[in-house]
Write a protein that binds this ligand. Sequence first.
Ligand SMILES: Nc1ncnc2c1ncn2[C@@H]1O[C@H](COP(=O)(O)OP(=O)(O)OP(=O)(O)O)[C@@H](O)[C@H]1O
Length: 898
Amino acid sequence: MNVRGPIVSVGEARTVSTSYGERDLREVRIRPDRGAGDPVDVTLWGKWTETAEHAEPGMELLVTDPEEDEYRGETGYATTDESWVVLEPDFLVDVTGIRSWVQCPRMYYLNKLSGIPLNYPVVKGTIVHEVFGDLLRGMELEASVEERVAEAGLELGLLGYETAEVEDEVRRNAAAVEGWLAQGTLADEDTWRSEFSLISPTFGLKGRTDALRRGTPVELKTGKNTKREPRFHDKVQAACYALMLDERGVDPDIGTLLYTKNTALDRNEESGDLAPAKEFTVGRGFLEFVVRERNALAAMEWRALNDPGERPTVPTGYEADATCSYCFEQDACMVVSGRLDQESKAGQIGTPTPDEERDYFDRFYVALEEERRETHAEYRKLWEQTPEERAADDRALIGLEPVAQTEIDDARWELRARKPGDAVSKLREGDVALASDGDPVSGHAELGRITALGSDEVVVETDEPVELRRLDVYPSEISVDRSLTALHDAVLKGDPDRKDVIFGRRDPDFREPAERPADAPDAYIDNNAAQNEAVELAVDAEDCALIHGPPGTGKTYTIARAIRALVAEGNRVLLSAFTNRAVDNALEALRDQGFDDVLRVGTETGVREDMRDVRLVQRGEPNAKAAELRDAPVVAATTAACGSRVMRECEFDVALVDEASQLTEPGTHAAINLTDRFVLVGDHEQLPPVVRAENDLTTSLFQRLIEAFPDASVMLDRQYRMSQRIQAFASAEFYDGALRPATPEVAGQTLADLGVDPDALAPDLTGGVGFVDPDGERDGNRNVREAERVAAIVDAYVAAGVDPDDIGVIAPFRAQVAEIGRRTDVTVDTVDRFQGSSEAVIVVSLVATGDLDGPIFDDHRRMNVALTRAKKQLTLVGDADALGTDSFYARMLDWARR
Ligand SMILES: Nc1ncnc2c1ncn2[C@@H]1O[C@H](COP(=O)(O)OP(=O)(O)OP(=O)(O)O)[C@@H](O)[C@H]1O
């Protein structure tokens, strides 16, 4: 039994005499049942009073296995010897975070800001870990070393290392692992598991242990340790895994640390215990210590968001006993403290950044931490929802039947499973997802990438084999982590000149046309004045340029032309976008325009097949690999990839960022931090940034800058997609009537162009735009009658001769997407999934009846996207009465019925 709920008040610390002698206690009043119950007192005894010191009203407290007592007719609870006390259990702390927190809380904070930089110890450590995994899987040492070092070719090359020296060092480190594994008692492979992901709902922990040996955690360290005992913070890390295993009912009594450098030490020079493997007993007291430290961390993070002070709470370093002068991070710590004017045990150097920059940093730091909470809330659904609820929520594919597990290249696994025919979810090919044996929390789960997702089969690639019975959406924190780093780099390392523009202290500068190179063409694009102006703005920008591109106005085409012009002037260009799709589309446009000298950075499954020939493969000879990346005139990667440790090492003259209106400010910084100048391309009248939290992250840097500096922007006003009739409404409502068809052919498109006889169709399905009211009934997020009607409309178009590939259906909710998908074979998806694409014929299912309740209808930008996907025929299906309740939708209805 547990008690759990938000804290109402925290009592004073007291000492009382008991039959066991003097004992400390502290009473905390909570509202049990997660706030639903009447307040009760929970007495925290002994060392748990330390956790009470961090507790504040509003935080959530969990006490496991408490003792229940009655006092003056009131029920109360008290900790027992079996109890764990956890603050903010919903805040999932990463084990590596606890490890650095124990060294120094401020180091934990600094690590969040700086991310994992590219340096040799990190790369070498990764290689040794991979070799460790290979050895556990029975691979031969030499083959593994060669393979893993080759795979790290790019990173090693960027760091200036040669293959032979790295192989040599890895071999010496790996010898420790091999020697240890060779000891007879460890030979039984079944007792081993390499790399095991663990999540703990009770302790609010998550992480990935290097290995499990007979259920006990083994951690690999590439450093040396000549003491008998493992290092303290290494033990903390192993103990966190022990806690998570404990929650699964395993009772790991020992933890093992493997210091691989020990075998490489010279016995004549080093004294002490040179054995690489050090074991320690995982005692209850130590585990409790780890939980208390985790609680202190979670409490600090809670305060960062909830304390009323002007600035978010961050650790100062005074919380730790550590000596700053011994700390490797001392310099970085002092710089951050100095620039952000933060209190710090290490002291400060440098002058603080201006107020507006610190305010900006604080605002986005908090916004990103809020986003992290939202991500944790997604994690929670993994254990709070039943598999059926998760499936109904489109967040999981359940009931999969494993068909095959095949070992493929690089010691990876391909898992194949049969999937029930009607199962649908948010998951798409290329997504990273959590593959599990049916229970992603207490069973066996591995992260993998979906490589194929057909109507009755799913294929996933993972590092370790799993019985694939369930596949869950994986709520990754990587975007938050990389955004924090990008924020840090932008504010603390950013060029002052750039910051003057970003913070509105001056207008962006542009070169005079006369200063263009003599061989620059008179016009970059001769059939579209706005596009030509956009390219001019891009090549002349000394800070930034903003290209506003409504639907189908040739953003991609213009980006490609601008890149060619910039390269012709000798610039090295970074091409980026929010999605892989947009990056590949821009590359395709570049190649269509005859420019091929590009390098695509991305994972194999992320990059579209026809762009794989220009994809940067990390594997290879270090120098050659580094040169490939450093010398490419155009490098293309998503903004998420721009935040990777490899890309953070790169420099460019100019960044062109597509879909910039869908990026948060920190997400945009990730790309533009790498460059001198930048060009943002987007449309703030279409979908805003994709975030879970409602805060500053919902406005893009693109939108903020275009509103601040209209003179640095141009709007592309000729569209190449929609007929005159289709574009009219969007043009009037979103673009002040400025959007026009680019040519008479575009304006005059009709269904007849597809060889269809319009007379064969009902009148409301022709004429460019039509409206059908099927008299349906909304039920939750679906409307069955409407779905039937939509399918019938699609059938009518097909019967009239439209190719099913030329038809798309858009619905506002996934439930309705599924409802329609069951009744037709054409592409059916949500608005968000349709952004950036188009079809000859689009049918939109509006679902709502009676009123327009729901966030979908509040954001007109979403509707703008839905209404601007069709080229020749757009048919809206919905309830006329519901649409009539809102003036915007009433105007839409008038237009559709005209
Ligand atoms: N100046 C031009 N001359 C001729 N064709 C053009 C021109 N600009 C764009 N196009 C064509 O118009 C079509 C749409 O262009 P593009 O794909 O670049 O639009 P987009 O704005 O990126 O679209 P989306 O709104 O989907 O992002 C393409 O077929 C492209 O080749």
